[in-house]
Design a binder for this molecule. Structure first.
Ligand SMILES: CC(C)(COP(=O)(O)OP(=O)(O)OC[C@H]1O[C@@H](n2cnc3c(N)ncnc32)[C@H](O)[C@@H]1OP(=O)(O)O)[C@@H](O)C(=O)NCCC(=O)NCCS
Length: 433
């Protein structure tokens, strides 16, 4: 493919995401390792682009490494309890200094007007303020956490007003109490709290490169996050992000993304390409399948065509699809059909055929096939159907693992016999429900 074609295809591919993200609220936490890396300037450019595409942005900068450096430079030992920094009176001034330094650097980089970049001349209006009300963490297991705090409230209405005016809100990990005290807050936790308070559409963590990245699935449900949390081999820093992801999703944040900046533009890849770039946590797939309608036919055909071409599924014409569409269930992601199933009832015989089960390659092995099968079983039960059958050439084991049995003596219903092609050598499997 020529470069021009690739560009055109990429741009067209990004179009649904540009439309979907417009006016949406994203809370993005960027670790200070990334902020002080040579990839940061690319990220600044991408943030400007998101702002110009009409995305409402709240950005939180991390400061963990900078705090450690300041403490080390002043010969102070960092102290932690349960992985949370203990901020005592001696270290607090250096903590505040480190946080302010990162914030100032961040603001300076976002004020550059981005010379010699595609976003040259674009202005971003960054606004910070006392939007976070903190309170002391108190004494944990007998350890006084002193100036380490937690979030008491987020002034979300004030933040929303600024976002509506197209300002980018920049938050540091400091909280102010009603009595005028200042607390050092864990940034990941604060990012999660802000996303929940704003009911953001997305919470994004931009972190250092992860060594374990390839061993993790690119899409996780909160159940899978729980499993990772229970696994002793999961690194602590990932656990704290997964915990925030679960809380955010439970509070109606739609998606949480964990990405690094190993490649320039990782954030754009994650937000504007179907395959993404990092790890996405969502339960959206698990909210259930839905009944298909006539507008889904194109998407279903796109999904099953490669399987028809390779002989896995029987070829269905568009006309046949139109007749059968009301028997289909689909799962959709970002406007694309990623899984489908049909359950075609034969009321006279009190049974139904399970057919055309397909899950897009990128989303297999995450339970979608199982979810669709459960959905049609439930539907069949409601319609008083007592038995399911399916004809399959390659997936008999999958169906057997889902309660089907080989049924050599099963007689196909008369209506099915007409279209049955014995040359395919399909196995007939049945399941009583
Ligand atoms: C079969 C299919 C629908 C399963 O979808 P899925 O969403 O990946 O299924 P689930 O996540 O619920 O289950 C995944 C498990 O089934 C297993 N599996 C997938 N295809 C299988 C097959 N053909 N035979 C046996 N097991 C299979 C996977 O290995 C996985 O098990 P594991 O994680 O223990 O290894 C999907 O693989 C697919 O679309 N295949 C191509 C089309 C097809 O064969 N359709 C059935 C024709 S009737």
């Amino acid at each position: 493919m020529s470069n021009t074609q690739e560009y055109v295809e990429w741009f067209r591919g990004a179009a649904p995401y540009i439309k979907a993200h417009r006016k949406k609220t994203m809370v993005i936490m960027i670790s200070d390792e990334v902020i002080y890396s040579d990839r940061f300037i690319g990220l600044v450019h991408d943030i400007a682009l998101l702002n110009h595409l009409g995305i409402k942005l709240v950005i939180l900068h991390g400061s963990r490494n900078s705090i450690d450096k300041h403490l080390a430079a002043n010969r102070l030992q960092p102290r932690f309890h349960n992985n949370i920094r203990i901020t005592d009176s001696e270290t607090m001034p250096f903590v505040v200094q480190a946080i302010k330094e990162v914030k100032t650097y961040f603001e300076s980089q976002l004020s550059m007007g981005l010379p010699n970049t595609p976003m040259s001349g674009s202005e971003i209006s960054l606004i910070g303020g006392n939007f976070v009300i903190g309170m002391p963490l108190g004494v944990i297991d007998g350890v006084d956490m002193q100036h380490s705090g937690k979030v008491r409230a987020i002034k979300h209405e004030a933040i929303k007003e600024l976002l509506a005016l197209n300002h980018v809100v920049l938050l540091s990990n400091l909280g102010y109490s009603r009595t005028g005290e200042v607390f050092n807050l864990p940034t990941e936790e604060l990012a999660g709290e802000v996303a929940r308070a704003l009911k953001a559409d997305k919470l994004v963590f931009v972190q250092r490169e992860r060594a374990d990245k390839d061993s993790l699935a690119s899409t996780l449900s909160t159940n899978q996050c729980e499993e990772l949390l229970a696994n002793a081999a999961t690194p602590e820093d990932l656990k704290s992000l997964l915990q925030q992801a679960i809380l955010a999703i439970q509070a109606q944040v739609k998606r949480v993304h964990i990405i690094d900046q190993q490649v320039d533009g990782g954030l754009l890849l994650e937000l504007f390409t179907r395959d993404g770039y990092g790890i996405m946590v969502t339960n959206l797939f698990y909210e259930g399948s839905r009944a298909a309608n006539i507008d889904d036919i194109g998407g279903i055909l796109g999904l099953i065509e490669p399987l028809e071409a390779s002989g896995v599924l029987v070829v269905r014409s568009r006309e046949q699809m139109e007749l059968e569409i009301r028997h289909f269930q689909v799962i959709e992601k970002d406007g694309m059909i990623i899984a489908c199933i049909a359950c075609i009832p034969d009321q006279a015989e009190n049974l139904a055929e399970v057919a055309c089960l397909a899950v897009h390659d990128d989303y297999q092995r995450s339970g979608l096939g199982n979810q669709l099968l459960q959905a049609v079983e439930l539907q069949a039960l409601k319609n008083g159907i007592a038995q399911l059958y399916t004809l399959t050439t390659r997936s008999s084991h999958w169906f057997i693992e889902h309660g089907f049995n080989e049924a050599a003596d099963f007689t196909l219903p008369a209506a099915k016999r007409e279209s049955y092609n014995p040359e395919r050598g399909s196995k007939i499997l049945t399941k009583s429900i």
